[in-house]
Design a protein around this ligand. Structure first.
Ligand code: BGC
Length: 423
């Protein structure tokens, strides 16, 4: 009954090899235009940090802020890519019914007091010893040195008031003081993509591209050749803002109802925060539902993973969320739709990697490892395969030289490295 319309909707998520090549070329073009100071959809934010030597050592506090959980870790860098975790504290940023520090109802002071209290827990209330803190802050921030990152705009539907336009480490310092301790000194702020790249480069040289494919999506790379006398450093592309993409009706609906209409176009087509919602808009249309249902990227994962003959997991999910029982051909079409959304996501992400590779290696691409952290890359079925297929379609024979590697926990190690490198 619904299979045909769902199948038609799935086709709107199709990308041909030519489409992919065009995305890759446009990404490269925008990077190079930005380096020449021409306006593009990429923010191309300077990080004021280069690559680690691998020899960094010492004890540091690492703060990871930007996903669903806040994490503070005390760790010791041992050099040669090695490190040891001493203490780890993780807290959700929102707890239904109790608190929500990332909604517009919360203030900067409330949020940063919560962060400061979590830091206090990680140092077990020790207010005497000196700690240097590296901060992975996973939002677009402009900076003129490694310390003074100023939040340009929230993304991923974060909305806490009073943070945009502020130097986040100043807010943190003020909160630490309010909590009554000043022995913790925030000294470096980096984006999570930069953290992932630092973490990977600590262990192996010649690593130049780091990416996050999770709730949000973004990529950074090491730029060694600025047009002016800027010294080599990592650039946070904020590729989630890339706008040279054909959007379909469902992308448009999601965008209109988001916190930042017209912005983060690419991120809204690929990242974990949005693909479940995109699926919801499609189902609303395909199943002619009166209201917008709620689905997450985890639902998409479960739908794609349902290998049962009767597609019982999908049937159950639709029964529970929509009170609908569908015929097997309709369930099949629902599964194909979920797969189409995920496949488009993975193929777009891989296409942007090709644009970056072409920019870094304009003559011939050498053997190269792109490091990626994030649950969508790690856990979403078909993502890895689709990314490799996309690389193959764009780079043809050269794609064999590219590996995509999971860099788990890079945000923490990277924050500690940033602190070590800037101390
Ligand atoms: C932010 C990026 C971040 C990415 C992954 C995006 O929404 O704009 O700064 O790197 O999410 O966390």
């Amino acid at each position: 009954m619904y299979a045909n319309i769902l199948t038609d909707i799935s086709k709107d998520f199709n990308l041909t090899p030519d489409n992919l090549k065009e995305i890759a070329s446009c990404a490269r073009y925008e990077i190079e235009q930005s380096l020449s100071n021409n306006p593009t959809s990429l923010k191309m934010l300077k990080s004021y940090i280069g690559l680690p030597s691998g020899l960094e050592t010492g004890e540091y506090l690492a703060l990871d802020f930007g996903g669903t959980n806040l994490r503070v870790v005390l760790l010791e860098l041992l050099g040669n890519g090695e490190y040891k975790i001493i203490k780890k504290v993780a807290k959700p940023l929102k707890f239904p019914g109790l608190y929500d520090f990332i909604s517009a109802d919360s203030t900067a002071a409330e949020l940063f007091d919560f962060i400061a209290a979590t830091i206090d827990e990680a140092i077990a209330g020790n207010h005497d010893k000196k700690y240097y803190l590296g901060h992975t802050f996973s939002f677009p921030s402009s900076q003129t040195n490694i310390y003074n990152a100023k939040l340009i705009t929230w993304t991923k539907e974060f909305a806490t008031t009073g943070v945009e336009g502020q130097i986040v480490n100043d807010l943190l310092k003020e909160a630490l003081q309010r909590q009554g301790f000043s022995n913790v000194e925030p000294i470096a702020v980096i984006n999570d993509t930069v953290a992932v790249l630092l973490a990977a480069a600590y262990k192996s040289a010649d690593t130049y591209i780091g990416s996050i494919y999770a709730t949000g999506h973004n990529t950074c790379y090491f730029e060694s050749n600025f047009n002016d006398d800027t010294k080599p450093m990592i650039i946070n592309l904020e590729i989630g803002g890339f706008s040279k993409l054909a959007i379909n009706k469902y992308d448009a609906m999601l965008d209109e109802n988001s916190e930042l209409p017209g912005q983060q176009r690419l991120e809204k087509m690929v990242s974990g925060r949005y693909i479940g919602e995109l699926f919801a808009y499609c189902l609303q249309q395909g199943l002619k539902l009166k209201t917008l249902p709620q689905f997450t990227s985890i639902d998409l994962s479960n739908i794609i993973n349902d290998n049962s003959a009767e597609l019982t997991a999908i049937q159950e999910l639709l029964k529970n969320t929509l009170n609908l029982t569908l015929a097997i051909e309709d369930l099949n079409a629902v599964q194909n739709l979920a797969a189409a959304i995920v496949s488009r996501s993975a193929r777009i992400v891989a296409a942007t990697y090709c644009g970056i590779l072409w920019h870094i290696f304009p003559n011939a691409i050498p053997k190269h490892n792109i490091v990626i952290d994030g649950s969508v890359f790690e856990k979403m079925p078909t993502v890895n395969r689709n990314m490799h297929e996309s690389l193959q379609q764009i780079l043809t024979d050269e794609s064999d030289k590219i590996s995509l590697t999971l860099e788990n926990g890079g945000s923490i190690l990277g924050a500690a490295l940033a602190a070590a490198m800037s101390k």
